[in-house]
Design a protein around this ligand. Structure first.
Ligand code: 1HA
Length: 276
C-alpha cells in the first residue's frame, strides 16, 4: 500500500491512500503513546478530516512504535504528567477530559475504524481501542484498566460498553482488579477480532480494510449506526435516523416537499403511494 502523508501534527501521524484507507497513529512512543489534550485535539481533527473525505471508507488507528527502549504501545491512556487537579492540562493550563469528544467522533464516524494494537492498550487507550469497530492485536498486545489504581474511571463507554462487549462479570473484573490481559485472553473474552504476528499487523489491517471497501458504503454506514443505536440510547437512534433522513432526501417524495415550499405551492405527494 502507498501512503500519502496528510496533515501536520505534533503528536499524531495521519496518512491516506488512494485505495480509500486512512491511517492515524499516536506518535508519543516515549510515553507509551499516552495522550495529552493536544494529542486528543489533533486526533479529533484527523478523524474529522477523514469523515469529510468521501473517498475514504476505512481508518486504521494505531500507535507509533517501538520506542527507543523497545517498548510497544497502542496507547497508555491519559498522560499522568500533565494531569492537574481537575483534568489533563492543555497548553493554556485549562483542565480537560477531551478524550470523551474523541470517543464520540470515532463512535459516530460513518466509516469503519480498525484498531491495530501492538503492545499496551491501557486505561483511556483501552477504551479508544474498544470504540473502534474492529480490533486486530499483535501477539504482544496487553489490555487493561488502571483507573482505580491511579484515581480515575471511565463510567461511560469505558464501563457500560465494555460490559456489552465482554459481559458484566468480565467488565467488573477488568475494572475492579486492574489486571493486565494478553492477546489470547483478549480474544477469548471477545475484546479483539484476531491475533496477528507483530510484523504483519498493518498488512493484515490493510487486508481487512480492502475487504470492507468492496462492499456497499450505504449498507456499512447504516449497519454501524444500527449497532450504535442498540447501545447508545437516543444519541444512537439519532445516528440511525440521520442515515434514514439522508436516504429519504434522495427520493422524489422528499424533493417534492422541498420544491413545493420553494415554489410556494401545495406539495403533491400522490406519486408516492402508501406501500405495505
Ligand atoms: O481514565 C481516564 C479518563 C476517564 C474519564 C475521562 C477521561 C479520561 C482520560 C484518561 C483516562 C486514563 O487514561 S486513566 C489511566 C492512565 N494510564 C495509566 O494509568 C497507565 C500508566 N502506564 C503504565 O501503567 C505503564 O507505563 C504501562 C503498563 C503502559 C507500560 O509499562 P512499561 O512497558 O513497563 O513502561 P514504563 O517504563 O512504565 O513507561 C515508559 C515511559 O512511558 C515512562 O516514562 P519515563 O519514566 O521513562 O520517563 C512512563 O512514565 C511513560 N508513561 C507510560 N504511560 C504513561 C506514561 N507517562 C504518562 N502517562 C501515562 N499514562
Amino acid at each position: 500500500i502507498e501512503w500519502e502523508p496528510w496533515g501536520e501534527y505534533q503528536d499524531v501521524l495521519l496518512d491516506r491512500s488512494s485505495e480509500g484507507i486512512a491511517r492515524v497513529a499516536i506518535d508519543r512512543p516515549t510515553k507509551r503513546n499516552a495522550f495529552r489534550p493536544r494529542t486528543v485535539m489533533e486526533l479529533c481533527d484527523a478523524f474529522t478530516r477523514i469523515r469529510d473525505d468521501q473517498r475514504l471508507g476505512v481508518v486504521l488507528f494505531t500507535g507509533v512504535g517501538p520506542a527507543d527502549d523497545g517498548g510497544y504501545a497502542f496507547c497508555a491512556g491519559g498522560d499522568q504528567s500533565v494531569r492537574g487537579d481537575g483534568g489533563y492540562l492543555d497548553e493554556e493550563g485549562l483542565p480537560r477530559l477531551n478524550v470523551l469528544d474523541l470517543q464520540r467522533i470515532i463512535r459516530s464516524l460513518p466509516k469503519v475504524v480498525i484498531a491495530l494494537v501492538a503492545g499496551y492498550a491501557i486505561g483511556g487507550g483501552q477504551v479508544l481501542h474498544l470504540l473502534c469497530d474492529l480490533s486486530l492485536a499483535a501477539e504482544n498486545a496487553v489490555f487493561g484498566q488502571t483507573g482505580p489504581k491511579v484515581g480515575s474511571f471511565d463510567g461511560g463507554f469505558g464501563a457500560g460498553y465494555l460490559a456489552r462487549v465482554v459481559g458484566q462479570r468480565k467488565a467488573r473484573e477488568i475494572w475492579f482488579l486492574c489486571r493486565q490481559y494478553g492477546a489470547e485472553e483478549a480474544l477469548k473474552m471477545g475484546l479483539i477480532n484476531e491475533i496477528v504476528p507483530l510484523d504483519g499487523l498493518e498488512a493484515e489491517g490493510v487486508r481487512w480494510a480492502r475487504e470492507v471497501l468492496q462492499h456497499s458504503p450505504t449498507a456499512i454506514r447504516c449497519l454501524k449506526a444500527a449497532f450504535n443505536a442498540e447501545t447508545d440510547g437516543l444519541a444512537g437512534l439519532q445516528e440511525l435516523a440521520g442515515q434514514a433522513t439522508h436516504l429519504f432526501y434522495r427520493t422524489d417524495e422528499a424533493q417534492e416537499g422541498r420544491n413545493a415550499f420553494l415554489q410556494k405551492r401545495r406539495p403533491d405527494f400522490s406519486g408516492s403511494g402508501w406501500l405495505p
